[in-house]
Ligand binder design. Structure first.
Ligand code: IMP
Length: 180
C-alpha cells in the first residue's frame, strides 16, 4: 500500500466486479443503440477504459474537462468547462462517465451544457458517490459503483494534486497529506 494512503476502501477485485456489473447493466439498457460515452477528464479515464471493455455495444467516445477543484481537497464552487466534446451529439444517446460525485456540482453543470446540444438522452455513470456530502444539485447517478462516506479518496484515476491516479485500488488519503 502507498505510504500516503490510510486504508484501502476498494480492492482491485472489488472495483473489477463493480465495473463488470455496470458494464452488463449498460449493455442491457442500450441494446441495439450506439451511445456516445463521454468521459470527464482526468479522473474518469481509468474507469472509462475498463468500463467500455465490459460493455458489448457499438459505442463512440469523447471527452470533456470540467474543473471545480484546483489542487484543494475542498470544492471551489465554480465549474469551468475547460475542454468541450468534439462530436455532434444531437439526437444521440449519451452516457457521461465520472469518477466521483461529491457535491454533484460538476456533473450538474456538465449535464446542462450537454443538454443544450439536444441529445436524445443523457445518463450519468459514476464510479463513486459521496452519499453523505452536501449536494449542490439533485442530480443522481443512473449507474453507480459504490456509495462512500465523506472521505478524500485517491487511486484508480482519482488524484490529489495530480498524484495517486496510478494506484490499482481506491484508498483513503491520509489527512496530513492535504491538511497542512
Ligand atoms: P463535485 O462537483 O463536488 O461533485 O466534485 C466532483 C469532482 O471533484 C470529481 O470529479 C473529482 O475530480 C473531485 N473530487 C471530489 N471528491 C474527491 C475525492 O475524494 N478524491 C479525488 N477527487 C475528488
Amino acid at each position: 500500500m502507498h505510504r500516503d494512503v490510510e486504508r484501502i476502501l476498494f480492492s482491485e477485485e472489488e472495483i473489477r466486479n463493480a465495473v463488470v456489473r455496470i458494464g452488463k447493466q449498460i449493455t442491457g439498457d442500450y441494446k441495439g443503440k450506439k451511445p456516445v460515452v463521454i468521459g470527464i477528464l482526468k479522473g474518469s479515464f481509468v474507469f472509462m477504459s475498463d468500463l467500455i471493455r465490459e460493455t458489448e455495444l457499438d459505442c463512440e467516445l469523447d471527452f470533456m474537462i470540467a474543473k471545480s477543484y484546483g489542487n484543494a481537497a475542498v470544492s471551489s464552487g465554480i465549474v469551468n468547462i475547460v475542454k468541450d466534446i468534439d462530436m455532434d451529439i444531437a439526437g444521440r444517446d449519451v452516457i457521461v462517465v465520472e469518477d466521483i460525485l461529491d457535491t454533484a456540482r460538476t456533473l450538474a453543470a456538465v449535464k446542462v451544457h450537454l443538454l443544450e446540444k439536444k441529445p436524445a438522452s443523457v445518463k450519468i455513470c459514476a464510479l463513486l458517490d459521496k452519499v453523505t456530502a452536501v449536494k449542490a444539485s439533485d442530480l443522481k447517478a443512473d449507474y453507480k459503483g459504490f456509495d462512500i462516506g465523506n472521505e478524500f479518496v485517491v487511486g484508480y484515476g482519482l488524484d490529489y494534486a495530480e498524484r495517486y491516479r496510478d494506484l490499482k485500488y481506491i484508498g483513503v488519503l491520509k489527512r496530513e497529506i492535504y491538511e497542512h
